[in-house]
Design a protein around this ligand. Sequence first.
Ligand code: GTP
Ligand code: ZN
Length: 382
Amino acid sequence: MQLFRPTDLHDDATREALAPRAAEYLLRIKGDLRLGLPVALKDAGTVALVAWVETLTDARLAALSALGHPQLVVTAHRAAALGLPETGAGETVTLDVPQAAGLAWLTAIAGQAAVTAEEPAVPAPQTVPVTAAGSVLHRAAIALAKAEQMLPAALVVPLGEDAELVRRLDLTVMSAADVIAALERDQPQHPISSARLPMDVSEAGHVHVFRSGNGGEEHYAIEIGAPDLTGPVTVRLHSSCFTGDVLGSRKCDCGAQLRGAMSAMAETGGGVLLYLNQEGRGIGLANKMRAYTLQDAGLDTVEANQWLGFEDDERDFRIGANMLHRLGIAQVRLMTNNPAKIAILAAQGIEVIERVPLHQGRTGWNDRYIATKIAKSGHLPR
Ligand SMILES: Nc1nc2c(ncn2[C@@H]2O[C@H](COP(=O)(O)OP(=O)(O)OP(=O)(O)O)[C@@H](O)[C@H]2O)c(=O)[nH]1
Ligand SMILES: [Zn+2]
């Protein structure tokens, strides 16, 4: 006679359905790192503990340093800002963390804080070579920070093959290669809800909210007027700018472009505004404010991003193409001065039949910003 055992309920199909997938594990990893909890990343049989400098505490730094010799991983742009020798663009650079270095040294090297008077003898950073396994792990640590709009600087403590320690510490573990693959994957956007919205520019309009399955930001599509979505549609692909869109900042042209595009759509038979939550060209508002402080000290908008370790532009415009596909829009008249937006929509199967220039928003304060976008970021001039 067969006895019933409760474990019989946990058959393979149940386990398969309920076990977290890579994208879901990724969200746990991101959550832990945001809280300042270290995570364990694996590659090629080795494991390392990883924490972001931005959320690290003195206590956790001390505990991590007791487990092994920590390294600080930064981007090639940040290493260049520190005056270190050139490396390949897009690569990570690994720095030795000197014995005497505390959190103040780490935040200063990461570009988060100025060097403080309490730590006057800041040792100059020294690069250390990394193994192939280390480099995948380091790329994952940096990609995670950028994906969460944190400064791209990570403390890494290699533990060799000591996976048992990680188990005892009850930390979240993931393969570094899986992290990179999950972060790079194109995320389909799903329409979640929509409603009619009368607006100043047009009393006919709808807001559609989209979400991807990976727990990332929500993005919005706003129909202005009643555009025919089956034909060519006038579209504005706009990245959020809290300072420009909401506060009326004079430092950029975003708010004027947003309102100008909406009015033009209302006056020309309707259109669709895609409002992507990609504040600060994808570096987030906290880093944008750091970049603004650097701009007040003389850097331009591109140099400031790079000084903090970011690329000039960290946005993923595939999100906009995915939303257009879900709305059934195949052909667009795109309102932009940015050729990168046109190229990515085209590569994602959206036909851009016309570019509509958007040159509103000169304030007297943003001449250098607009000139830099033309000179360095390929923006089309007036
Ligand atoms: N990092 C950074 N981001 C900025 C700065 N000024 C504005 N932004 C951001 O830049 C983005 C501008 O978005 P868009 O206007 O859609 O894009 P664009 O690349 O200027 O292209 P078009 O306006 O379409 O020509 C927004 O995410 C702003 O928050 C800045 O000085 N530094
Ligand atoms: Zn702006």
